[in-house]
Design a protein around this ligand. Structure first.
Ligand code: FAD
Length: 391
């Protein structure tokens, strides 16, 4: 009997409660039966499969860790496992989920007033309202903390927003974008709930991406967009509050990287066991086994790390540098795993239908978003040396 194809070599999943394990398998089944059959077609078209939204909503997983508003109120570990299961089949769908459930809902849950939570979270939980998160700008990426150029000017009970945002996931169809802009009066970064139909707001789809092609990234332009004071995130008083959201979501991105590596490893292992050369399955060759074992070792190290990361998060002990270290390590190791997966598949490794090429491309975007390797390294570096290399 052949051994199972399973990237969870140390059975870390065995540490989950039966209830969490059941949810993990439910998400896996959804991804394998609803997403896998259509994913390469949509990735190639660079379109989002809107028809999956009702079934996605029926999983009832948005806002995994939040209490109330119809959210599941589960652990951060569960949230991480969900991100991994999604990315194991497709990193774009995991990213869509990360933007909706983490960045957009998380900003409102962590920094919104009671009225704002009541208005937005129940609909977002059900995916009836889609959210986006607008921080990065055409000329300001890594330097967002001190460098945002989008502006907000208060006039009575209204704010006037101007500026541009680039790379904003879900932006082309979002009902609401959590928009970050600098208050011209006190120079602090504030958050705003910018509604889709606001006059002066326009969104252009970013075309021709070579990674995460299913994610609809937009270039947003705000020209004198008027936003009511009631739609300003009431507890977002500076970039340090934006960072609280990013700390939570960066942990999720580390899990996404693990999922991406796991999907590539499992597909490559299956392929090498069935592909024959020189009269034998290529998996029987020592040099191929060497690659497989290095992939598995990286994957196992990553998984061990993110399980512990989530335990820290569940204990309320997660620091920025913890999330950053996991984001750096997992996205780096994922790049290595997916490239070996491609390598052991020969020419078929670059064909979409063999389900590894997409992971190779997508790993590049995960490597750069939510803080590049350099920026997350500097966050860890500052923590371990007591010296900031940012400026
Ligand atoms: P830059 O900041 O221009 O960096 C270029 C290079 O310089 C990098 O290697 C960087 O590490 C390096 N660098 C910069 N500063 C330093 C330094 N001090 N020391 C050493 N090296 C340095 N943003 C959002 O707000 N919302 C989204 O939904 C969103 N989704 C995204 C989806 C995708 C697919 C992608 C690719 C990006 C997304 N982003 C989003 C933006 C993303 O967060 C940025 O791309 C990222 O922060 C890096 O910024 P940048 O691309 O402008 O690169």
């Amino acid at each position: 009997k052949s051994p199972p194809i399973d990237g969870d070599f140390y059975d870390l999943g065995g540490r989950l409660s039966p209830e969490d394990r059941a949810l993990q398998l439910k998400v896996r089944a959804f991804m394998e039966t609803e997403i896998q059959p259509i994913v390469n077609e949509y990735w190639l078209k660079a379109e989002f499969p809107f028809e999956i939204i009702p079934k996605f909503a029926a999983l009832n997983i948005c806002g995994v860790t939040y209490d109330g508003y119809g959210c599941p109120n589960r652990s951060y570990l569960m949230e991480g496992v969900i991100a991994m299961e999604m990315a194991r089949v497709d990193a774009s769908i995991a990213t869509f989920f990360g933007v909706q459930s983490g960045l957009a809902m998380g900003s409102i849950y962590m920094l919104g007033s009671q009225a704002q939570k009541d208005e937005w979270l129940p609909g977002m939980q059900q995916l009836k309202i889609i959210g986006a998160f607008g921080l990065t700008e055409p000329e300001v990426g890594s330097g967002a903390a001190g460098g945002l150029t989008a502006t907000a000017k208060r006039e009575g009970d209204t704010w006037i927003l101007n500026g541009q945002k680039k790379w904003i996931g879900n932006a082309t169809f979002a009902d609401v974008t959590v928009m970050w802009a600098r208050d011209l009066d006190d120079n602090q970064v504030k958050g705003f709930l910018l509604r889709k139909d606001t006059p002066g707001l326009s969104v252009e789809k970013i075309h021709d991406k070579m990674a995460l092609r299913i994610v609809q990234n937009g270039l947003i332009t705000m020209k004198d967009c008027r936003v009511a004071e009631a739609d300003r995130l009431q507890h977002a008083n500076g970039f340090k509050d934006t960072s609280r959201v990013l700390r939570m979501t960066r942990a999720g991105v580390a899990w996404e990287a693990v999922g991406c590596a796991r999907g590539a490893y499992e597909n490559a292992l299956a392929y090498t066991r069935s592909r024959k050369q020189f009269g034998k399955p290529i998996a029987a060759f020592q040099l191929i086994q060497g690659h497989l074992v290095e992939m598995l070792a990286n994957l196992t190290a990553m998984q061990t790390m993110v399980y512990r990361l989530s335990e820290l998060q569940d204990a309320g002990a997660l620091k920025d540098e913890h999330a950053s270290l996991a984001k750096v390590f997992c996205t780096m190791r994922t790049r290595d795993v997916v490239s070996r997966a491609r390598e052991v598949m020969g020419g078929n490794g670059i064909l979409l239908e063999y389900n590894v090429a997409r992971f190779v491309a997508d790993a590049e975007a995960i490597y750069s978003y939510e803080g590049t390797k350099e920026i997350n390294s500097l966050i860890v570096g500052r923590a371990i040396t007591g010296m900031s290399a940012f400026v």
